[in-house]
Design a protein around this ligand. Structure first.
Ligand code: NAD
Ligand code: MG
Length: 405
């Protein structure tokens, strides 16, 4: 039986990317705690059918579609059934529902660079941000972290690896965002685990001819198409290295990646005394989502118990940077600093899109990104406007590179 809430205020939640994999899993967890969370606003790109179903179930105050035509269609459908949900469209509306004074929690689960502005809006407005959109930190890590601090926001990482690290980090670090170095906290390094994806054992020759369908067939996690391809190239882990750098103030040489095919250990922190702390669980994003929603309380998430006897063994090996150059390129971009990670991110988004459209081969993804980075001027990051321009430039450069293939 569900305990009645005692002393918990109802919290209003905005879900950006509500129709996506993370958005739907967030709604699943929220549904298990109707006494704690109210769905205040939902946002998506263009999927009217899915948004209509969500509005029927959750009756949010606001539903935002990025695309105007989709918003018009949704509005008409909702009107015909007498719904009170207010429908809006466009980027400004995404920012509005992220910064709205009635909102307590924002789940940032839009895919790609499009998630940056609403996440910034939530940070400036001092919300509790549940950050799934790792691209925000890859593009604009220093500006976003500063906005979180200046806005008095709180930041809970939802990416399973970073959520695991957050859970086993010293309390000084997790209670408030500080500029403390890892070594001053007694931390030697963080270890990000990686499943290795569907091509963990494929040869370089085989990787050149893998298909879209093979890349979309992830062994352990159910995710949207972009991050699934990122997992297959291991760019996902590269983006996560950059994400860990900003979240935990970790230097590039304090972030190691270890391939762990079972995806049971979600990441680890090694302390200077030799202790290694890990967070384990079934690979189900409802665990980090519930952690972010409830923090510092623990909430039931619907995730089944980890059965160690069935798991039986945990394997580890080093990542292969020859077969998975994306991970190497991401470390290089992090070491270059400045706008390099934003260029990497934009070129990757364009290359993954082209691969999903079956216009380029799998190994053309790292080749495109590397060529774009090599041809780009890397600058110091000064403003969001500059990053938006860099993003646009890198997309154009990546498209040119792809057309020349
Ligand atoms: P998805 O493709 O399943 O869903 C993306 C959502 O974003 C959809 O609701 C879509 O309508 C919305 N969207 C896309 N473009 C938009 C735009 N321009 N404006 C507004 N909304 C837009 O993706 P996902 O797997 O849920 O991943 C979402 C984010 O979470 C990504 O940044 C991903 O890297 C991160 N993440 C996902 C997982 C996972 O298990 N799926 C794990 C860790 C991190
Ligand atoms: Mg992850």
């Amino acid at each position: 039986m569900c305990a009645k809430s005692v002393g918990h205020q109802m919290q209003n939640v905005t879900i950006l990317g509500a129709t996506g994999t993370i958005g739907l899993q967030t709604l699943d967890v929220i549904s298990q705690h109707p006494d704690r969370f109210n769905v205040f606003a939902l946002a998506a790109n263009s999927n009217v059918k899915s948004m209509l179903a969500l509005c029927n179930t959750y009756a949010p105050e606001y539903a935002v579609m990025l695309q105007e035509a989709a918003a018009v269609e949704l509005g008409a459908e909702l009107k015909s059934i007498g719904s009170k949900t207010i429908v809006k469209h466009g980027e400004a509306a995404l920012n509005d529902i992220s910064a709205h004074e009635q909102v307590d929690i924002v789940m940032a689960a839009i895919v790609g660079a499009a998630g940056l502005h609403p996440a910034m809006a939530a940070a400036k407005a001092g919300k509790r941000i549940l950050l799934a959109n790792k691209e925000t930190l890859v593009m604009a890590g220093n500006l976003f972290m500063q906005a979180v601090i200046d806005g008095g926001a709180s930041l809970l990482p939802i990416d399973s690896e970073h959520n695991a690290i957050f859970q086993v980090m010293p309390h000084q670090r997790t209670k408030s965002l500080s500029n403390a170095t890892l070594s001053s906290l007694g931390v030697k390094r963080v270890l990000l685990t990686a499943s290795g994806g569907p091509f963990r054992n494929a040869s370089l020759e085989e990787l050149k001819t893998v298909t879209r369908a093979q890349a979309l067939n992830h062994p352990n996690w159910v995710m949207g198409p972009k991050i699934t391809v990122d997992s297959a190239t291991m760019m996902n882990k590269g983006l996560e290295v950059i994400e860990a750098h900003w979240l935990f103030n970790a230097l590039p040489n304090q972030i190691d990646v270890v391939v762990h095919p079972q995806s049971v250990i979600h990441s680890m922190v090694e302390y200077i005394d030799g202790s290694v702390l890990a967070q384990l669980g079934n690979p189900d994003m409802r665990t980090p989502i519930a952690y972010g929603l409830g923090y510092p309380d623990r909430l039931a998430s619907g995730v089944s118990s980890l059965d160690l006897l069935t798991t039986a063994r945990l394997d580890f090996c080093a990542p292969d940077l020859i077969r998975f150059p994306c991970l190497r390129i991401a470390y290089e971009a992090l070491n270059m600093g400045g706008t390099a990670p934003a260029i990497l991110n934009a070129a990757n988004e364009v290359a993954v899109e082209a691969f999903l459209a079956e216009k380029i081969g799998f190994m053309d993804i790292p080749n495109t990104i590397e060529a774009v980075l090599a041809a780009s001027n890397v600058e110091q990051v000064e403003s969001i406007e500059q990053l938006v321009a860099v993003d646009a430039y890198a997309r154009l450069a990546a498209r040119k590179q792809i057309n020349a293939l």
